[in-house]
Design a protein. Structure first.
Length: 273
């Protein structure tokens, strides 16, 4: 297996193949940095695919339900009004979760007994949210209420009229989803890459101590590269141990164990810095 193969297959082979670490020990720190970026990109890709396959279909289903069930409304500084052809009270009932929201523009104050099991009740001026037994939170949705909830230096003029329909909500959802898949994975990749680099820098200090026990001493660049590849195990197995007691300690042991393994197997023959 050549050096390119050991690099690209390392997210798997670093768990058991000594040659991955031999190649890392014979390289400078740049190989470790590029591998860390590669590993972070793979994790980002897997996380994005899992999110898209598990959560997005549910979000799509909810958006489609809102598109068909949400009544047409108009918000003005005075509050909400429903379309003239919509009977009141109007209750949105989800096929799985049951009744979720009731709209009644003829009410101003809603008692807990009037809400029943419905978690949200919307009137022309307020939203009532059930927080628990006997706990109803009121939120003013008029212009006065929105401005009162903001600091004086952050208040901005609100539009005089906003049309709210199921189609509008669906379009907003599509725009947010599009932005999410362009921006969030990139931010996640950047944060994860920086985190892994910092972790590698930390564990490379342990590597310096292990290097003192080697017959064939390494330069720091090779030590850092070895450390980056040794962290593969904690990244690959992190999701397995995250729900176990003392998960952070188990991750620490895994990282230190593979770091010791990396230094041990590469000390069996001379390693070039």
């Amino acid at each position: 297996m050549n050096r390119k193969m050991t690099f690209f297959t390392a997210p798997i082979t670093a768990l058991f193949l000594p040659k991955v670490y031999h190649d890392a020990a014979q390289s400078g720190g740049s190989r470790g940095v590029f591998y860390t970026l590669y590993l972070a990109a793979l994790v980002t890709l897997v996380a994005t695919v899992m999110f898209a396959s598990l959560l997005v279909p549910q979000a799509d289903s909810l958006a489609n339900w809102l598109q068909t069930e949400l009544p047409s409304m108009v918000w003005t500084p005075a509050g909400l009004t429903l379309g003239q052809d919509i009977p009141q009270p109007y209750t949105m009932s989800h096929p799985v979760f049951g009744p979720l929201v009731t709209f009644d523009m003829n009410k101003d104050v809603v008692q807990e007994s009037e809400m029943g099991n419905i978690p949200v009740f919307v009137t022309s001026r307020k939203i009532f949210l059930r927080q628990g037994p006997g706990q109803i939170e009121e939120r003013d949705i008029t212009q006065t209420g929105f401005q009162a909830a903001q600091p004086d230096d952050q208040r901005r003029p609100l539009p005089s009229r906003v049309m709210i329909t199921g189609d509008v909500v669906k379009q907003i959802y599509q725009n947010v989803k599009r932005i999410f898949f362009w921006v969030v994975p990139f931010v996640f990749l950047l944060v994860l890459f920086c985190f892994l680099l910092l972790a590698a820098l930390f564990y490379s200090l342990v590597g310096l101590l292990l290097n003192l026990m080697r017959k064939n001493k390494l330069q720091y660049g090779s030590i850092f590269s070895l450390t980056c590849f040794a962290l593969t195990a904690s990244v690959a197995l992190g999701w397995v141990v995250q729900n176990l007691p003392l998960a952070w300690f188990l991750n620490l042991l895994i990282s230190l164990g593979y770091l010791f393994f990396a230094f041990k197997v590469t000390d069996q023959e001379p390693a070039k810095s």
